[in-house]
Ligand binder design. Structure first.
Ligand SMILES: Nc1nc2c(c(=O)[nH]1)N[C@H]1C(S)=C(S)[C@@H](COP(=O)(O)OP(=O)(O)OC[C@H]3O[C@@H](n4cnc5c(N)ncnc54)[C@H](O)[C@@H]3O)O[C@H]1N2
Ligand code: MOO
Length: 444
């Protein structure tokens, strides 16, 4: 299925037979219809790591005036190259100097780094290349006003930073979509820019649970498990700089969950809801049952089914219309590794496209490192967990290798914690040592 902007909204929730790639596209298409967040202005000091929503062009030349690159003496062009090398010392020109300076034959001025080059002057000789002539020098080596100094000849323009050398007015400083780093902030601050328009990140409500998930961290009761998914999912979102996240625990009671969704939608106004578990084929599938019931009442559009990947086969996506704002709900399978795989392969790809997270969500090619032949599944894309290493070929060229860690099961979270990527095995393919594989770096 190829999706386009013209796709009918309800078609997006009909039965689908999908690859992971097609599912990522469908999630994106659904979010694009309901999840627009207007960019907002933030103080530059808060913009580190945020994604710029509009291009910024330079309003000023930088430097905005010719200035000295050294602490030293400033000379006129004629004095820079004249045969006679001894000069009278005039008054100081410190950084920030705003006065005017008379141009007098054979008079040089002590000038400090960053100070404006006065009209009629042309070159700077660093103080350490000067020699006092019958005059005292201060601790920095400067001769006092009225004293005499010997300077070597210099080319006009030496140690002068000229207007616009770094930035010409009108130059594109930062493109829209750039993740703002410290250097960008420096450049923008240097232009006197105090606020920037950045993309907003969604406020997310996360639901985990099921009857077997113990509500507290007291000693584990028979048949119960601790909640691994809430910290896992909150951490994955935080790695993508989505930090306005509220995690809530639910039981297996689908009716109760419908009520919780209604109350929480009003209380938290989430831009997005993510659920974990309760969506497959059992009797107590709280998430699927609750959303299907809401759909029957016309309060949601929803789809639950399978995509052709392992782990993470069972999936669900819905849009709630409980409040005026339509809220997308992404329902991930309960097995923690299935949540990790689906987030990495599909959810963050969709969130990145819709909310402009500025994360690198695309796969790269690596060389599989394996002692045995590795076979994928017949009709599903399989995502194994693995580690990457940068190695070198005999000719010195760099090569990225990837090695599978642990088994294929979706409950094997510990092996995943020792991995940094997913290794994608295409349906029906067999891989030998050194075969090319696609890998997806885990969010970190
Ligand atoms: N008859 C079928 N049964 C199952 C199918 C199927 O196609 N037909 N699919 C299997 C696959 S594959 C997966 S994946 C799971 C997905 O099931 P759910 O999304 O409904 O998830 P749960 O049943 O609620 O939980 C699955 C598993 O994960 C554990 N879990 C749940 N929440 C947490 C948590 N917060 N922290 C740690 N572990 C959690 C839960 O105890 C289960 O063991 O369905 C299969 N079944
Ligand atoms: O699709 Mo499930 O996540 O394999 O265990």
């Amino acid at each position: 299925m190829m999706l386009s902007a013209e796709d009918n909204f309800s078609e997006l929730f009909s039965a689908h037979d999908e690859s992971p790639q097609q599912y990522a596209q469908r999630l994106t298409a659904i979010l694009q219809r309901v999840a627009f967040l207007a960019p907002h202005r933030v103080p530059l000091a808060d913009a580190l790591g945020q994604v710029l929503a509009e291009p910024i062009d330079a309003a000023l030349d930088s430097p905005s005036f010719d200035n000295s690159q050294m602490d030293g003496y400033v000379l006129t062009a004629a004095d820079a190259l004249s045969d006679a090398r001894e000069f009278t010392v005039g008054h100081d020109i410190p950084a920030g100097f705003q006065g005017s300076v008379d141009v007098c034959d054979r008079v040089v001025h002590p000038i400090m780094t960053g100070a404006p080059i006065p009209q009629g002057f042309s070159a700077v000789v660093p103080v350490e290349r000067s020699q006092a002539v019958d005059s005292e020098v201060d601790a920095q080596g400067f001769v006092a006003e009225g004293g005499r100094v010997r300077l070597p000849d210099v080319e006009p323009g030496t140690f002068v930073r000229t207007v616009g050398e770094d930035i010409r007015r009108g130059t594109r400083l930062v493109d829209a979509g750039t993740v703002l780093g410290a250097v960008h902030l420096g450049v923008l601050a240097g232009q006197g820019i105090g606020e920037v328009l950045v993309h907003r990140r969604p406020r997310v409500l996360v639901y985990t649970g099921g009857e077997e998930v113990q509500a507290d961290s007291d000693s584990l009761q028979a048949g119960k498990i601790y909640d691994a998914n809430a910290p896992l999912l909150t951490g994955l979102l935080a790695a993508d700089k989505i930090t306005e996240v509220t995690a809530r625990r639910i039981t297996d009671d689908a009716e109760e969950f419908q009520g919780i969704l209604a109350t929480d939608s009003a209380t938290y106004s989430p831009d997005l809801v993510v659920t974990c578990g309760g969506i497959s084929a059992g009797r107590y599938e709280v998430v699927r049952n609750a959303l299907n019931a809401l759909a029957k009442k016309g309060e949601a559009d929803c789809w639950f089914g399978h995509i052709s990947q392992q782990p993470g086969g069972p999936q669900g996506v819905s849009v709630l219309s409980l409040t005026e704002q339509r809220i997308p709900v992404i329902s991930l399978p309960g097995n923690p590794v299935s949540t990790l795989v689906t987030y990495t392969r599909a959810v963050r790809v969709a969130l990145n496209a819709v909310y402009f997270l500025g994360v690198t969500d695309q796969p790269v090619t690596a060389q599989l490192s394996t002692t045995d032949t590795v076979k994928g599944l017949d009709a599903k894309t399989q995502f194994r967990r693995g580690t990457t290493t940068m190695g070198f070929l005999p000719d010195g060229a760099a090569v990225l290798t990837a090695e599978i860690k642990g088994g294929a099961g979706s409950h094997l979270l510990h092996a995943a914690s020792e991995s940094n990527c997913l290794i994608e095995l295409e349906p029906g393919r067999e891989y030998k040592n050194k075969d090319a594989v696609r890998i997806w770096y885990l969010p970190d």
